[in-house]
Design a binder for this molecule. Structure first.
Ligand SMILES: Cc1ncc(COP(=O)(O)O)c(C=O)c1O
Length: 367
């Protein structure tokens, strides 16, 4: 049996008629940018998040870039970010002329207040929390720290649509929550897309203006903005997917629970969501000291896996000029060497999962 790491075709097939109907409706409407689908999606996603404002943008990277810019983060500022994150937030900081300062996560992949405190300086302007793999970072201590120190708080919730802490959704705890709708995300589109969540209506309006050439009404440019818009087709299709997001998250959670209940291997560490949080299982990420060998063992049996992410941002070529060296973030680097994402997608069958479970449980390191 061949088992892929992801099968977006199965997710599409589950609600195929609804997507096709919406796609035709958008095509026939004659409106493809900034029309009623985008406005409706922004309202519906804001309602899903519990109120506030959503600004649709071109992708997740732009969501973070725009949020930082409009919140006033720029040259001379430092932004604290966990070492084990996807590079987008780091690039967004750099592209605003600010400096990323990396903090170590805890054992559950999450940033925490104690780690942030260690790297604060008088230049620190903001903190970005990434809810990696859909694991919800416990937010209360981080919110308290940011308030106490007067720091901006942003969330990279690109992998955590619907995750919650104390009933409050990921992306709604700080000054801005940033989302990606890259196709593999739990709320994924059919191309690129992203969004920013804010509570402040003035900030929301400024972000709407900034992302559309700085135009607050037709051919009037209030600021030197950029072009980063969520298009009508993506927004329309995302409205369909949003209606099924709870179902998608529940489906993936059931598959994750099946792995957790049945994976039994002393060389494999299973993921454990933080107490009191509701994670959304974007990925099911195990840890293994002989990760590459385990991945090869699975590959031989026809099972694909992935690594999120093999090179932490501070060791990537793009960040070399920052001068952060190998060894400076030992836990982050250990995670990059040991994490392995197992096949997890809507529509994965019990047989497929049991094949993965058998292969992992039967693995013993030879190194
Ligand atoms: C944690 C995280 N942040 C940001 C992004 C960037 O999103 P996009 O690819 O839509 O720019 C992604 C996904 O790609 C992500 O996983």
């Amino acid at each position: 049996m061949q088992i892929a790491c992801n099968r977006l075709d199965r997710l599409f097939a589950m609600h195929q008629t609804e997507y096709e109907k919406k796609a035709v409706e958008v095509l026939r409407s004659g409106y493809y940018i900034m029309g009623k689908e985008t406005a409706a999606f922004e309202r519906e996603f804001a309602a899903f998040l519990g109120g506030g404002f959503v600004i649709g943008v071109g992708c997740g990277l732009d969501a973070i870039r725009i949020a930082l810019h409009v919140l006033g983060v720029g040259a001379g500022d430092e932004v604290v970010i966990q070492g084990n994150t996807f590079i987008a937030a780091v690039l967004a900081i750099l592209q605003n002329g600010a400096t990323p300062v990396f903090a170590e996560p805890d054992d559950g992949f999450s940033l925490f207040a104690g780690s942030i405190k260690k790297v604060l300086t008088e230049k620190t302007k903001a903190v970005i929390v990434t809810h990696l793999y859909g694991m919800m970072t416990p937010m209360a201590p981080i919110v308290a720290l940011c308030r106490e120190r007067g720091l901006l708080l942003l969330e990279d919730a690109a992998q955590a649509h619907g995750a919650a802490d104390g009933g409050k959704k990921a992306g709604t705890f700080g000054d801005a929550g940033c989302f990606s709708f890259y196709p593999t995300k739990n709320l994924g589109g059919f191309g690129d897309g992203g969004a920013i969540f804010v509570r402040d209506p003035v900030l929301a309006q400024t972000m709407q203006t900034y992302k559309n050439y700085g135009s607050d009404h037709k051919y009037h440019y209030a600021m030197a903005g950029i072009n980063s818009r969520l298009d009508e087709m993506q927004a329309g299709l995302l409205r369909v997917r949003l209606r099924h997001l709870d179902e998608i998250n529940a489906d993936k959670a059931a598959a994750a629970d099946h792995y957790t209940a049945n994976l039994q291997n002393p060389y494999v560490v299973k993921p454990v969501p933080a107490k009191g949080t509701d994670c959304v299982w974007h990925q099911y990420v195990i840890r293994c000291e002989t990760r590459d060998e385990l991945a090869a063992h699975l590959r031989e049996k026809g099972i694909s896996t992935d690594i999120h992410y093999p090179v932490p941002p501070h060791l990537s070529d793009a960040c070399r000029f920052l001068g952060v060296k190998k060894g400076d973030l030992p836990l982050t680097e250990r995670l990059a060497e040991t994490v392995l994402s197992l096949p997890l997608y809507v529509g994965i069958s019990r047989e497929e999962q049991d094949e993965v479970i058998r292969a992992i449980n039967g693995y013993r390191p030879v190194q």
